[in-house]
Design a protein around this ligand. Structure first.
Ligand code: ATP
Ligand code: MG
Length: 360
């Protein structure tokens, strides 16, 4: 038996403005019930990709399929309202002159009055807003309005939901709850979701798959854990978290650094590499009258540095060191509170299994 086609598939999508490709050969597929996050910095082409799928922007080349059916290429174009795609944007603007019930019913074209009412009640119950059914948008808080917008987008049972930074207008505490509720509802409905965001935390929290986008291209795709722990390049590391970089030169498949040697399999002698690691993978030891720690061979070598600054960040502390070997700054994080005085001498080792070696 051949597996069913993906709910949404885009192939080789391209769009240029004034001769500059802002979406450059983008392809991916999303299964029913799957959440894919299109993650990338401002201006990388996320919204343009979404707008082409929605049908409000036309691609220069490439195709869009829903359940294996062609929805749009450069010749054929199914109008947006026939694509069975739901949309939620940051400025989700409810209609101010319509009641909450009428806002939710807005997209319901088919069915009797009673059937529409039943669907509205079902959705408002689901987003826990039945008490506002006859209210108006201005009587609702931002988070409540967001949930009405979600109910409105879900009402016609779209096969696909496209969401463009839909949570960015909400305060932090409200946002976490609404994100999780939204996800639950979309999964229950078996909707394929494409969520655009420039916040890595949001993507890690929401996504089954992250598609990391940069300059119009998808540079990496995978489950959040894989994208985070096996980044393709230095920029992919620093997009998700703060990072440290050591420069080194390779000889005999080893990169030589003040922290010892790092494996650089398959890298030619003389190549300059960057060894990239996150602050949480730096280990700190006390000076012990100048002897420092005694790392095992697998720990590499400890390097000496002086505390320049230490800050408490809530769940962890961030300590910055001025390193003896070249005067550069390395950042380390430590769980809970650890606030050594500036000027304190300490020794650093790196979790070698958590380092990434990239060509410089
Ligand atoms: N209609 C247009 N005409 C000209 N340039 C455009 C048009 N729409 C988008 N662009 C350009 O295309 C690039 C990508 O825009 P897009 O809105 O897709 O970015 P984004 O990834 O959604 O960014 P953000 O995170 O800031 O929303 C930007 O440089 C933008 O200026
Ligand atoms: Mg955008």
């Amino acid at each position: 038996m051949t597996p069913p086609p993906p709910r949404l598939e885009i192939r080789n999508l391209r769009r240029a403005f004034n001769g500059r490709a802002v979406v450059d050969d983008v392809s991916f597929a999303i299964q029913p019930g799957q959440v894919t996050c299109l993650l990338g910095p401002s201006g990388c082409g996320k919204s343009t990709t979404l707008r082409m799928i929605a049908g409000v922007e036309m691609q220069d080349s490439g195709e869009i399929y829903v359940d294996g059916q062609l929805v749009c290429d450069t010749v054929f174009r199914l109008p947006p309202e026939r694509r069975e795609i739901g949309l939620m944007f940051q400025d989700f603007a409810l209609f101010p002159h319509l009641s909450v019930a009428d806002n939710v019913a807005f997209g319901l074209k088919k069915g009797s009055k009673a059937e529409k009412r039943a669907r509205v009640v079902e959705l408002l119950t689901r987003v826990d807003l039945m008490r506002f059914i006859d209210g108006y948008p201005h009587q609702l808080s931002g988070g409540e309005q967001q949930r009405v917008a979600l109910a409105r987008a879900l009402a016609p049972k779209p096969k696909i939901m496209l969401m463009d930074e839909p949570f960015s207008g909400l305060d932090n505490r409200l946002r976490d709850g609404i994100r999780d509720d939204t996800l639950t509802i979309l999964k229950e409905a078996d909707t394929a979701v494409l969520l655009v965001t420039h916040e890595p935390e949001e993507a890690l929290r929401m996504a089954d798959e992250i598609a990391l986008m940069r300059d119009g291209q998808i540079v990496q795709r995978g489950a959040p854990y894989n994208v985070y722990t096996r980044p393709v390049d230095r920029a992919a590391v620093s997009f998700f978290s703060d990072s440290n970089v050591l420069q080194a030169r390779v000889s005999g498949a080893l990169a030589h650094t003040p922290f010892g040697r790092f494996l650089a399999p398959g890298v030619a002698d003389g190549t300059e590499v960057n060894i990239v690691f996150r602050p949480q993978h730096v280990r700190i030891d006390f000076d012990r009258n100048g002897t420092g720690p005694k790392p095992t061979a697998s720990d590499g070598t400890a390097a000496r540095g002086v505390v320049e600054r230490a800050r408490f960040m809530g769940s962890e502390s961030l300590v910055e060191f001025r390193m003896d070997y070249d005067g550069s700054v390395l950042r380390a994080t430590v769980p809970n509170v650890f606030l050594p005085q500036p000027g304190t001498v300490m020794w650093l080792t790196i979790r070698r299994d958590r380092c990434f070696v990239f060509d410089a």
